[in-house]
Design a protein around this ligand. Structure first.
Ligand SMILES: [Zn+2]
Length: 378
């Protein structure tokens, strides 16, 4: 156990030291503790802010993004002045200000099959604040192999959930609950579906709390229990979750024992990239040239209200299959917010026998970014 506490630290952490469950011994454990947080976004912001404030001695952060104005609604590590900066740099400055005693380690880039084991090995606890399935499976697998608790959190619109995956402590891992990733496009991410700004604050804070309890070794960790928060009804529900003895990673006869190609694993059978597609530059050229074709927007009506491409016809994804017959004999370009739902629509239309259909890469978001900045981004 390294590290005596300086007088300044004793003053700083006095509200911890007063509690018999923590005391100076617990605070020393926090100081010696090492937590890796994957992502400096919606979950990573509250998680690392509270971990730093609590005096966790070493906080590792991995992220490859730059601060965007749309992040600020929930990612409180970053401020308006940080727009355009690397999230890691903005996060480091903020965390140092919160607590200069904390050592912040920056891992630039993506958490990937190549670097995950090497990075995670140096930490006691991993907080998964990622927003995509390949990273979640990777983070899970690596933690199982290294015997480290993986504090999971996810958010979607008004719903959030958190648990601690730790087969070595008797609970399940992520793959015990979700052996297969969802079909690509079936689960929209925050950029597609939105998220209430406070919700990641709640879930990320719970993740920090679990990490702190694990480091000090107090209380009952959220192992074998999945906590779900419905923010609209303000209901917390707890589900018991169990290990699957046949789990491919933590089961008794594991089939996955080293990092796999997670992007491919999560891309499933359908590969939108293989569908006929068109980029926003080409779409602009077609429109400017007055070509005759039908532009179909498969988003939801409320999204159409927020932003639209002139001339696009709104047919939400769930209606597209029934409408296929009306669309025969036309050249069709399909778009959505960022290209995932429209890829599904293109597939549905092709299955219905339509041949002249292509997907707009990057959706209206790319259109707004590259072609028409007057179209609001959301
Ligand atoms: Zn498992």
């Amino acid at each position: 156990m390294s590290g005596e506490l300086s007088p300044d630290e004793i003053a700083r952490y006095s509200r911890h030291l007063l509690m018999p469950e923590v005391t100076i011994e617990g605070q020393r454990r926090l100081k010696a503790g090492r937590v890796l947080c994957i992502g400096a976004g919606g979950l990573g912001s509250p998680a690392t802010l509270y971990l730093a404030a609590a005096g966790v001695g070493t906080i590792g952060l991995i992220d490859s993004d730059v601060v965007d104005i749309s992040n600020l609604q929930r990612q409180l590590l970053h401020g308006t002045k940080d727009i355009g900066r690397k999230k890691l740099e903005s996060a480091r400055d903020r965390l140092r200000d919160v607590n200069p005693h904390v050592h912040v380690v920056l891992h630039h880039g993506r958490f990937s099959a190549d670097n995950a084991l090497t990075i995670a090995r140096d930490y006691d606890v991993v907080v998964d604040g990622s927003d995509n399935f390949p990273t979640r499976y990777l983070s899970n697998d690596v933690c199982v192999w290294l015997g480290k608790p993986n504090v999971y959190g996810s958010i979607f619109r008004f719903d959030g959930q958190t648990t601690v995956f730790a087969p070595h402590l008797g609970g399940p891992c992520y793959r015990c609950l979700f052996p297969e990733p969802p079909t690509p496009g079936s689960v929209p991410n925050c950029a597609e579906a939105g998220v209430l700004g406070v919700l990641p604050g709640i879930i990320g804070t719970l993740q920090a709390l679990e990490a702190i309890k694990l480091i000090i070794g107090i209380g009952d960790p959220l192992v074998g229990r999945l906590l779900h928060c419905d923010a609209l009804k303000m209901k917390f529900r707890e589900f018991n979750v169990r290990r699957d003895p046949a789990c491919p990673v933590c089961g008794s006869n594991p089939s996955i024992t080293e990092p796999i190609d997670y992007e491919q694993f999560c891309s499933g059978d359908t590969e939108p990239a293989r569908l006929p597609s068109i980029n926003v530059q080409d779409l602009k050229r077609k429109i400017d040239a007055g070509e005759k074709f039908l532009l179909i927007d498969v988003r939801e009506p409320f999204e159409y209200e927020i932003a639209r491409i002139d001339g696009a016809k709104l047919i939400p994804l769930r209606e597209i299959a029934q409408r296929a017959d009306d669309l025969r004999d036309e050249e069709i370009v399909v778009h959505c917010h960022s290209g995932m739902r429209s890829a599904q629509a293109v597939e549905l239309l092709r299955k219905a026998g339509l041949t002249n259909v292509s997907n707009l890469e990057g959706g209206i978001d790319a259109w707004s970014e590259e072609i028409d900045p007057t179209v609001p981004r959301y």
